[in-house]
Design a protein around this ligand. Structure first.
Ligand code: ADP
Length: 295
């Protein structure tokens, strides 16, 4: 069984500011950090740190050559990442003293994924292989259909929610992994029960993993539900919580762990990630998660 993350690669430009810039205003920033970003990249790192062998497919521009190298440093296979004639995807992020942020996204190379790119990559995958997707690249509908036709198991983190995504071939998705905001965007319901019931009504054979921030997480399918509370920690930075949870949960499921155990491992990994600053770098390795679980 092979595992493929087909997703976004971004350069995150993070500026610390006294306040978020207003219309017509020019302000100085206190610091600038360039970070590796993109939901695809973060989830692939979480999978790799959890111990999975993971392939990554996506696109960068000439300015993003360090991103495949960063993924490789965690053992992620990067031969399906293309370099295209377009700037790498970018996020310009302001963070103020109170931790509020404001973000400008530019899809760039992530928007250059075409049906031909999808066909080229999926040549290397087949029946029984797994694919983890988010909504930060182009040709997602085509990709979902092509992966389904190949007989691959499809995990989708439907983020961000867009009208196009809602109209997409979501009936082919085997696993939805989403938070409450995404759950609301997809179903119109704000409560856990409403989100889960609506997803199971629309896609009866799907499995749902709904994360609820510090309230924990819930797994649901047509036959049963399982619940997991979050581990109490001093949260420093919740940026990578969902991506860490996703990577660890998917890895555990692919290793045939019971759902309850997968939820436990993922919650522990996410709790460690939120206790540290940063995204990809804050995600713990499996041995640290294991030690925390047995402590
Ligand atoms: P996202 O980052 O996608 O918004 P959530 O906020 O739902 O995702 O968080 C995913 C998981 O991370 C939660 O189910 C929980 O296990 C863990 N988590 C998130 N925030 C905290 C927190 N403050 N303390 C402990 N665990 C947390």
């Amino acid at each position: 069984m092979k595992l493929l993350v087909f997703g976004s690669l971004n350069i995150d430009d993070v500026y610390l500011v006294d306040h978020l810039v207003k219309e017509g205003e020019t302000i100085d920033s206190r610091s600038y950090t360039r970070c590796e970003g993109g939901k695809g990249l973060n989830q692939a790192i979480a999978l790799a740190k959890a111990g999975a062998e993971v392939y990554f497919a996506g696109a960068v521009g000439e300015d993003g050559a360090f991103l495949p190298a960063f993924l490789s440093s965690f053992g992620v296979r990067t031969e399906y990442i293309k370099t295209v004639d377009e700037p790498t995807g970018r996020a310009i992020i302001q963070v103020d003293d109170a931790g509020r942020n404001s973000i400008i996204l530019y899809g760039g190379a992530n928007r250059r994924i075409s049906p031909e790119t999808v066909d080229d990559v999926l040549c290397g995958f087949g029946e029984g292989d797994c694919i983890l997707l988010q909504n930060e690249i182009s040709s997602l509908d085509y990709l979902i259909c092509a992966a389904h036709e190949k007989g691959m198991t499809i995990f989708l983190n439907p983020s961000p929610i867009t009208e196009g995504l809602k109209r997409g071939p979501l009936g082919f998705v085997d696993w939805f992994i989403l938070n409450e905001v995404e759950g609301y965007g997809l179903t119109g319901h704000t409560d856990e029960d409403g989100i889960i019931m609506e997803l199971l009504r629309n896609y009866p054979s799907c499995r749902v993993l709904l994360t609820l921030g510090e309230k924990g997480s819930v797994y649901a399918d047509a036959a049963r539900r399982a619940r997991r509370s979050a581990f109490p920690v001093d949260a420093s930075d919740t940026t990578a919580a969902g991506d860490t949870f996703t990577g660890y949960f998917v890895n555990a499921i692919l290793n045939s762990e019971e759902v309850d155990r997968a939820l436990l491992i993922a919650a522990q990994a996410a709790a460690i990630a939120v206790s540290r600053f940063g995204a990809g770098r804050s995600i713990p390795y499996a041995d640290e998660v294991e030690r925390a679980l047995t402590a």
